[in-house]
Design a protein around this ligand. Structure first.
Ligand SMILES: Cc1cc2nc3c(=O)[nH]c(=O)nc-3n(C[C@H](O)[C@H](O)[C@H](O)COP(=O)(O)OP(=O)(O)OC[C@H]3O[C@@H](n4cnc5c(N)ncnc54)[C@H](O)[C@@H]3O)c2cc1C
Length: 307
C-alpha cells in the first residue's frame, strides 16, 4: 500500500486542482453547528479530482467521508479521521433539456436542493414541490432520499452519475426506501438527473407556499438543528411518541429537545455531539420503555464520538 500523504502540500501534489485543508472544524459546515474537525478536508475542483481523491484514499487505506450541507449529519466531538470530501456547488455541469411533456434537469451533487426548485420554476415544470424548504445538497438529498409525506427525491430521479476509485459513470436509479438510497459502497454521487413534468404552475406555487407556512409554524427553523432526529416508526410519529414521554423541552448541556417539535433537537449554544447523543439515547430508552417502539435515527453520525 502506497504511503499516505501527511502535509497539505503532499495531498495537493497528488490531487490538484482541489482545495485541501488540514484540521478543519466541521461545526460551521453542519446546520446543527456541533462536532470536531476533519483531519483533511478536500474540495475537488473538477470531476476527475473526485475520482483521484477516491483512488488516492483507496490506495493509501485512508477513510473517506462525504459531506453535503451537513443538514442531516451529526459530527462526533473527536472529529473525522481521513479525508472528508465536500463537493463545491458547480464542479459538474448543470444541464436543462425541455420537451413536449416536461424536462430533464441535471444538477451537480454539490448544488443546493433549492437550485432544483428554482430551475423547476424557471422552466415551467412541476413535481418537486415537496423538496422546497428542505435544506441540503443534491448529493445529500439523493443519498437520504429526502422528502416529505408528499413525495420523495428518488421518485423524480432518472439517472445518477457516480464516482468511485475506478472512474465516473452514469447508472439507473438504485433501489430506495423511506429516507434511504442503496448507493454502491464507497460511491460518491457527482450528478443527478431529474425528470419533471409540465403542470399547473399556480397550484405548484400554492403547494410550496402552504408547505413553507406549515414548516414555519411547526418547526424550530430559527435554531441550529438537523431536522428530524428519528424516522417515523411504522404506524407512529416519532415526535408524538417523544412528546408523550414528557421529553419536549428537555435539555442536556447545550442541546434541547425542541419545545416546538419533539422530533427535533436544537443547539441552544455550545452543544456538543455528546449532549445530542445522550438526548437521543434518552428519548429512545423512554419510548422503548413506554411503548415498546424502537426509534431509529434518521441523522447520520460521522467521525469519532466520546463514549
Ligand atoms: C431545518 C431542516 C429541515 C429539514 N427538513 C427535511 C424534510 O422535510 N425532509 C427530509 O427528508 N429531510 C429534511 N431535513 C434533513 C436534510 O435536509 C436532508 O436529509 C438533506 O437531504 C441533507 O442533505 P445534505 O447535503 O445536508 O446532506 P449531509 O447531511 O451533508 O449528508 C447526509 C448523508 O448523505 C451523504 N452524502 C452527501 N452528499 C453525498 C454525495 N455527493 N454522494 C454520496 N453521499 C452523499 C453523506 O455522506 C451522509 O451520509 C431537514 C433538515 C433541516 C436542518
Amino acid at each position: 500500500m502506497a504511503g499516505r500523504p501527511t502535509t497539505v502540500g503532499e495531498w495537493l501534489a497528488r490531487l490538484a486542482p482541489a482545495e485541501v485543508k488540514r484540521d478543519v472544524p466541521l461545526a460551521p459546515w453542519c446546520t446543527v453547528r456541533v462536532g470536531g474537525a476533519a483531519e483533511v478536508l478536500v474540495r475537488p475542483q473538477t470531476p476527475d479530482t473526485v475520482v483521484s481523491a477516491l483512488r488516492l484514499a483507496h490506495d493509501t487505506g485512508t477513510p473517506v467521508a462525504v459531506l453535503g450541507l451537513g443538514a442531516n449529519t451529526l459530527v462526533g466531538d473527536l472529529g473525522v479521521p481521513g479525508v472528508t470530501l465536500k463537493l463545491p456547488p458547480a464542479t459538474f455541469k448543470e444541464e436543462v433539456e425541455l420537451d413536449e411533456a416536461g424536462g430533464v434537469l441535471t444538477l451537480s451533487a454539490g448544488a443546493s436542493i433549492a437550485r432544483l426548485v428554482t430551475l423547476m420554476k424557471q422552466h415551467g415544470l412541476v413535481g418537486a414541490e415537496f423538496l422546497a424548504g428542505v435544506p441540503g445538497t443534491i448529493g445529500g438529498a439523493v443519498s437520504m432520499n429526502a422528502g416529505t409525506k408528499n413525495g420523495e427525491c428518488l421518485s423524480r430521479v432518472v439517472a445518477l452519475e457516480l464516482a468511485t476509485a475506478d472512474g465516473l459513470g452514469w447508472v439507473a436509479p438504485p433501489p430506495f426506501r423511506y429516507r434511504h438510497t442503496e448507493l454502491p459502497p464507497g460511491a460518491v454521487v457527482t450528478r443527478a438527473r431529474f425528470r419533471l413534468p409540465k403542470g399547473d404552475l399556480a397550484q405548484s406555487q400554492a403547494t410550496m407556499d402552504a408547505d413553507l407556512g406549515y414548516r414555519k409554524r411547526t418547526q424550530p427553523l430559527s435554531q441550529p438543528s438537523f431536522g428530524s432526529v428519528f424516522t417515523n416508526p411504522p404506524g407512529h410519529h416519532a415526535g408524538a411518541l417523544i412528546e408523550q414521554v414528557q421529553l419536549k423541552g428537555h435539555t442536556l448541556g447545550g442541546a434541547q429537545i425542541s419545545t416546538l417539535h419533539a422530533n427535533w433537537i436544537v443547539n441552544l449554544g455550545g452543544a456538543t455531539a455528546q449532549d445530542v447523543t445522550r438526548l437521543m439515547a434518552l428519548a429512545q430508552a423512554r419510548v422503548r420503555a413506554a411503548f415498546g417502539v424502537e426509534l431509529t435515527p434518521e441523522v447520520k453520525r460521522l467521525g469519532g464520538f466520546t463514549p
